[in-house]
Design a protein. Structure first.
Length: 82
């Protein structure tokens, strides 16, 4: 189930962001604040885990690791090795 968020075009224009760029900004912000796991944040940003981690590193945002993150990483590695 998807929810829709309407953002007036003039807001995006003022921020000089596309819809995709806004998704990335929201994902990074929510991850940095501990509101989303890295898996959900990268999903929102529509990026691979590797790309999202590179973006976080470029912005000097430290990774948050817990058991769930480890499980996601293991699943990702398993998928990549298939």
């Amino acid at each position: 189930m998807n929810k829709t968020l309407e953002i007036p075009a003039d807001i995006l224009d003022s921020a000089r962001l596309t819809v995709d760029e806004l998704k990335v900004e929201v994902a990074v912000s929510l991850y940095a604040r501990g509101r989303l796991s890295i898996g959900k944040a990268r999903e929102l940003a529509e990026m691979s885990l590797w790309q999202f981690r590179q973006l976080l590193a470029a912005r000097q945002i430290s990774p948050h690791f817990d058991v769930d993150n480890l499980a996601e990483d293991v699943n990702t590695l398993n998928e990549l090795s298939e």
